[in-house]
Design a protein around this ligand. Sequence first.
Ligand SMILES: C[S@@+](CC[C@H](N)C(=O)[O-])C[C@H]1O[C@@H](n2cnc3c(N)ncnc32)[C@H](O)[C@@H]1O
Length: 469
Amino acid sequence: MSEHTITELLSPAFLSRMQNMLGDEYESFLKSYEAPRTYGLRVNTAKISCDEFERIVPFPVTPIPWISNGYFYPEDVRPSFCPLYQAGLFYLQEPSAMTPASCLPVTPGENVLDLCAAPGGKATALGAMLNGSGLLVANDISASRARALLRNIELFGITNAFVTNETPAHLGKHFPEFFHKILLDAPCSGEGMFRKEEALARDWTPEKSHELSSLQKELILQAADMLRPGGLLLYSTCTFAPEEDEEVVSHLLENRPDMELLELPEYEGFTSGVPEWGNGDPSLIRSVHLFPHKMQGEGHFLALFRKEGRTDLIGTMSSAKPNAETRKWLELFLKEIGLKTLGGQPFDWNRVETRKDKVYYLPPIGGDFRGLTFLRNGLYLGDLKKNRFEPSQPFALSLRKGDAESVISLPVSDQRLTRYLKGETLNIEPEEAAHAKGWHLLCVEGYPIGFGKLVGQTLKNKYPAGWRV
Ligand SMILES: C[S@@+](CC[C@H](N)C(=O)[O-])C[C@H]1O[C@@H](n2cnc3c(N)ncnc32)[C@H](O)[C@@H]1O
């Protein structure tokens, strides 16, 4: 912990800019830096309803008023150690950062792009809204951050994501006017992150915003060009700098006359964008700033655009054919766990693809993805071994409550869950397991966490080392 307050670390140039921007509100803005940070989590509604979540969550939560599936939790709680987190039932996210994805109305069946997606705070929200149908392209230019993104997509049980590590320019060549919805959560100076990351406050310079503004202007045009006629684009940053907010919005409106700004939902803490902070276009008032002195969040900016024209839902269906070996051993495994559905939907053999000894479940919508650098296309189901199929951890996490019959379900308070997550074998009473032996899905309150193999009263742990806590 630094012995300085955040306001002491901040550059006089930043403070004087904020004073000019906020006028009478400046003092309360400054005061907000002394208040404690806000902590939030977002429920994965593709896996669990909010009512059910509230019923089983073992620590105090209070609803975030402007996010239908968001909750505040107290600072002293460590939710990432809770088995419900390891079951992918919620994502930890600062409350104002939940706003952009919640303002982009995604419906199942659409092609959706998150252009700057890592580590996945917003991509997991978009994926949950698609609920397994359509296609989510989740991209990040950084390879290491894209790996963290993939992990969160897998934890959330998203089966229809194409996770890429590409430049926006290269993606644009493959996907001209392809997406119904695009989220561009741009790299920014992070002025809304100062309470969370002090280094951002210390390292602030006005030049940074100028540089980022040029990049953001390039990115927003590239994003717009990948949007279908009639499609929606949401631009967001976690900064207050007009160069990175209203100026970027103005740039898009000036350069793509087929894009218009739409109204965003109103909420009492939302502050309208200021036309004079951009090029004076009166419609900039439809963009929204979230300031930390006006709501319980760190700060964000968002703008929602629509491209002129009508959109449709025509997509190319994936068509893979599992090879005979895969079909034989996978079928046997699915029978053993009593698979009824995958992610609540009938299992589709036309989506099963084998590459070397790895078995994947492709997203329902395909496309020409050749030449793109990607980490995952769909769901990694598992590995084909000699005379058997070995399931993966993402496969376990893609399963919803009720998808499989061969389960062992323990209450959230059961300490064996924590021991399982550490890689230990468990003692299971006969009445706790669906069958006397063989593959089982270990669940918390009915929600799958991972696989295990029952031998007598011992559950052999199949939770992979790389996932352990
Ligand atoms: C604000 S963060 C995204 C946060 C993410 N949307 C979330 O909610 O978890 C911006 C991301 O943009 C990526 N990025 C930086 N420069 C980029 C570029 N030129 N093109 C595309 N992405 C870029 C960074 O690697 C970073 O992960």
